[in-house]
Design a protein around this ligand. Structure first.
Ligand code: E4P
Length: 230
């Protein structure tokens, strides 16, 4: 049984980081994409992706792991690959971009078919607007990933988009959860959760920055110094 909990997901393919933050009880899932896996040092083609995904899926147990399709040219092959990835571990969900690199809309049919016919949880990814997220939710997405940092990079407001999506999901009784992705700054996490995001996915580096504060270091050092004088 997969636990679909809200909060923080880890945006990484680094096994040690997943172990570290799972051990602290801070993460409720893991998201990956081909770029993240590459940056995390995963090689060996699909076999490498399978090995890393199965290892992460095992470490996080009942929490969900998003694994993205590596092809975007043929809907039948995309469904076949999604079914193959889904069979790797029971807590895997499949990331499918909202459309192809040239706006190919077969992706939406793939999302719908995976969600309804095959009952495979889908994380619809690479979305930049509330309207895309709303349509992805209509198609059956379990997760709708808004690339908030990229939205802000384009001069728009991610928080406004998050509020709009949440309103639409609630108004229409859609059960998809909003994953706020492309997180760039520590302040994004509270901002986006406060705006109505269910989940913010963060890199290990960012989570580390959230935890450690220079003044906390100084304060703890003071306690230790004084403890030694007691
Ligand atoms: C997570 O689901 C996304 O794939 C990831 O956060 C994207 O990050 P980026 O926009 O920094 O590449």
């Amino acid at each position: 049984m997969v636990k679909y909990e809200n909060g923080i997901f880890l945006d990484t393919g680094k096994i040690d980081e997943v172990k570290k933050y799972m051990g602290m009880g801070l993460i409720k899932g893991v998201t990956t994409n081909p770029t993240i896996l590459l940056k995390s040092g995963i090689t060996g083609g699909l076999e490498g992706v399978k090995k890393a995904s199965q290892e992460i899926a095992r470490i996080i147990g009942e929490y969900p792991l998003s694994v993205e399709l590596t092809i975007n040219d043929n809907p039948d092959k995309m469904i076949e690959q999604a079914r193959e990835f889904y069979a790797w571990a029971p807590n895997i969900n499949i990331k499918v971009p909202i459309h192809g690199p040239n706006g190919e809309l077969d992706n939406v049919k793939v999302i719908h078919e995976l969600s309804t016919k095959y009952k495979i949880p889908v994380n619809v990814t690479a979305m930049m607007s509330a309207q895309q997220c709303y349509l992805a939710a209509m198609a059956g997405a379990t997760y709708v990933s808004l690339f908030c940092g990229r939205v802000n990079d384009m001069g728009h407001s991610a928080t406004d988009e998050i509020k709009k999506i949440r309103q639409l999901l609630d108004a229409f009784g859609l059960e998809s959860k909003i994953i706020c992705a492309s997180t760039r700054e520590v302040s994004n996490v509270q901002e986006w959760l406060g705006a109505g995001g269910h989940i913010v996915t963060v890199t290990p580096e960012l989570l580390n920055k959230m935890l450690i504060h220079p003044y906390s270091k100084e304060t703890v050092q003071m306690f230790l110094n004084d403890a030694a004088k007691l």
